[in-house]
Design a protein around this ligand. Sequence first.
Ligand code: ADP
Length: 473
Amino acid sequence: RRKWKKMVKVLEELEESCGTPVGRLKQVVDAMAVEMHAGLASEGGSKLKMLLTYVDKLPNGREKGTYYALHLGGTNFRVLRVHLGGQRSAILGQDIERQPIPQHLMTSTSEDLLDFVASSLKDFIEKEGNGLEQPSPRRRELGFTFSFPVKQTSASSGILIKWTKGFSIEDMIGRDVSECLQQAIARKGQDVRVAALINDTVGTLALGHYNDEDTVAAVVIGTGTNACYLERADAIIKCQGLLTTSGGMVVNMEWGNFWSSHLPRTSYDIDLDVASPNPNDQGFEKMISGLYLGDIVRRVLLRMSQESDDFGPASSKLAVPFALRTPLMAAMHEDDSPDLSEVARILGEVLELPDVPVKVRKLVVKVCDVITRRAARLAAAGIVGILKKIGRDGSGGIAGGKFRSDRPSRMRRTVVAIEGGLYTSYTLFREYLNEAMKEILGEEISSNVILRVMEDGSGIGAALLAAANSASE
Ligand code: ADP
């Protein structure tokens, strides 16, 4: 009995320290908007890098031709071919091939990783059409979606700043990512030009804008998390005199590294961070994204099992980092069988904890709920932070100013493109995120804010941006 109580106490303390009442979320919103300002004001002015992308106009639907894209980001690698017909929303066709990135390549050399990428591209091109299609009359062009922090030097080149999401390939840091890929493509004897180098969020925004011109920002919540949005060029103070044809530029926030004292951090988060390959880095990402949520839950369960033998005999599996992957955690969370048989199965098969009693399984579900709810609500606060920065949160903009009318102005329709497995495949996460958006913004304003899923946006968007930068344009 005493031990049961101790276990319940672990849960209660967790709930307490993960609390995200709307007041706290609004503090996170404000902190996000303030950090965005700071990151735009000066290089290194904030943990938010607020990177320039050199994307100053977004696709408008008139793009034409066949373009390729490669997407290297987190768990899966994708090769795409996109046929553009020149009419809005008429992407004539697309072919996508996905495959998991072999684990050993994530920590090998840039040559090994990019040879794998280039050889997948080669295979993909060689399978092309099976005689149905005419050989391409001109050099193929591709957009490269590379979802790591890159300091862009143009719309088609940029230097890798650091790795995230478990990747670690020293020799590539500081090098031009496009050039590395272009060389690998040449090693495979292919004639393909890297016409765009983009972050995945920028691809999502590009497809979002292609489909709907009210799209102003994009968020990815998958293995990792990040966001970008369309900023006024004159608001990018750290880049004085930045001239763009549109007067705007897409800014890659790298929001995974956001930090604020208002974030509800627990001892489990601290332990996870210390054990990670990038301690003190990507703090927001480590509380929100798919690579980490399962492991936070595992750490809580480990603690519970140390407090009580209700879990049965000690399992060494529970002590193994990342033994519980987020999709399995989600499956436990969403188990609606009366005796939580799916929870029992996963605890047994994955964590080697057979015969966990039903009352303990209920606690396990609750732990999943607390961690996922916190993640989803913090992501919502981040999104509202962006809206606040660009004056789309109904408050009249962060600067306010003398032109602000007393009458609340009519809120414009605002679309945020969203992508990533955590949001698209994890129903409860998505529901918590949408619910928190409503809580923070209020019913009326949130009815003008639309989160729109862009399936494969990061890849298709890269093809769209390659079209925009095409040599034949
Ligand atoms: P990536 O971010 O790796 O490019 P995705 O956007 O497809 O690719 O996201 C994959 C991540 O989403 C996985 O690492 C996993 O954490 C999470 N995920 C995928 N499916 C689910 C699911 N059913 N429930 C919870 N999380 C999921």
